[in-house]
Ligand binder design. Structure first.
Ligand code: SAM
Length: 294
């Protein structure tokens, strides 16, 4: 019986056989804890009915567990050097395809349509992300035309906290709002830096994103304008909402009047900090500002 790829002894043997050194620039930290790997698959709720996309399979530790639990698995790895390794370690599984590609340049909706036997089956993303591009990858997934049934991704703990936080705390900001606008977000569990080879300088957490179960009570009239408002409001998070609004829209007497009327309309005090506003209130504020021609 060959031990799992994620077994520390097997991982070391694979790295040695292929003379591999983890590439820092590509965010390569390989998971070597079978329990953690299986807990990720469980948090993602992977079943044999699912199509699974994995980003950055590395030497295949998570890929193997996804192949065991899932229907079909498509994995995208940028590092050409890992193709032979993945070919060998995933050989026992006939439901996995690995492609050598940069996920940020890949057309994911197209891959979903062409690579899976049944593209209408549930589609779930699972990854131990390369941390240097966590946010760009998340934005690509959220902006994609594919409706992901879930996105289960490991990332730096601090980023996980920003994504999942509620109003009023330090971690809350435009990343929280951008993600939570589309998805329900929660931290499934935290992961110690010790279970990786090599061990990174930060602790990690698994974030699970699922399409919002409850729609927002109000929709923005103009999504782009709302995100411009949100970004602008968190540019100087220690300043008041009013100061940030002046930076975004201007401070002529006419503009100030329009801003004040908008705040009055939604009953928000101009002197609060931006982090005290909920997503719903940002939507309302954006709509009110539009109503006053801002
Ligand atoms: N899944 C493996 C594991 O859990 O042990 C490896 C995870 S490692 C943190 C991140 C992986 O993403 C590496 O294999 C790295 O080469 C790959 N990667 C980095 N940038 C990428 C990109 N732009 N597109 C696809 N894969 C990328």
């Amino acid at each position: 019986e060959i031990p799992a790829v994620g077994n520390p002894i097997r991982t070391r043997a694979i790295l040695e056989k292929y003379r591999l050194r983890a590439k820092k620039a590509l965010g390569q930290n390989f998971l070597t804890d079978l329990n953690v790997l299986q807990n990720i698959v469980e948090a993602a709720g992977i079943t044999p009915d699912d199509n699974v996309i994995e980003i950055g399979p590395g030497i295949g530790a998570l890929t193997e567990q996804l192949a065991i639990a899932g229907g079909e698995v498509l994995a995208l790895e940028i590092d050409t050097q890992l193709m032979d390794v993945l070919d060998e370690v995933l050989d026992p599984y006939n439901n996995v395809e690995v492609i050598n590609a940069d996920v940020l340049k890949a057309n994911l909706p197209d891959l979903v349509q062409t690579k899976f036997t049944d593209p209408t089956a549930p589609i779930k993303v699972v990854a131990n992300l390369p941390y240097y591009i966590t946010t760009p990858i998340l934005m690509q997934l959220l902006n994609s035309t594919t409706k992901w049934d879930s996105i289960t991704v490991m990332m730096q703990k601090e980023v996980a906290q920003r994504i999942t936080s509620d109003p009023g705390v330090k971690a809350y900001g435009s990343l929280s709002l951008t993600v939570q606008y589309e998805m329900d977000a929660k931290i499934a569990f935290e992961v110690s830096r010790k279970v990786f080879v090599p061990s990174p300088n930060v602790d990690s957490a698994i974030v699970v994103l699922e399409p919002r179960k409850e729609a927002l009570p109000i929709q923005p009239i103009d999504e782009k304008a709302m995100f411009k408002l949100i970004k602008g409001c968190f540019a100087h998070r220690r300043k008041s909402l009013w100061n940030n609004l002046q930076t975004v829209y201007g401070k002529t007497p006419e503009i100030r009047e329009q801003m004040q009327a908008s705040l009055d309309e939604i009953k928000v005090d101009s002197q609060i900090r931006p982090e005290q506003l909920s997503l719903e209130q940002f939507v309302a504020l954006s709509n009110a500002l539009a109503g006053h021609n801002l």
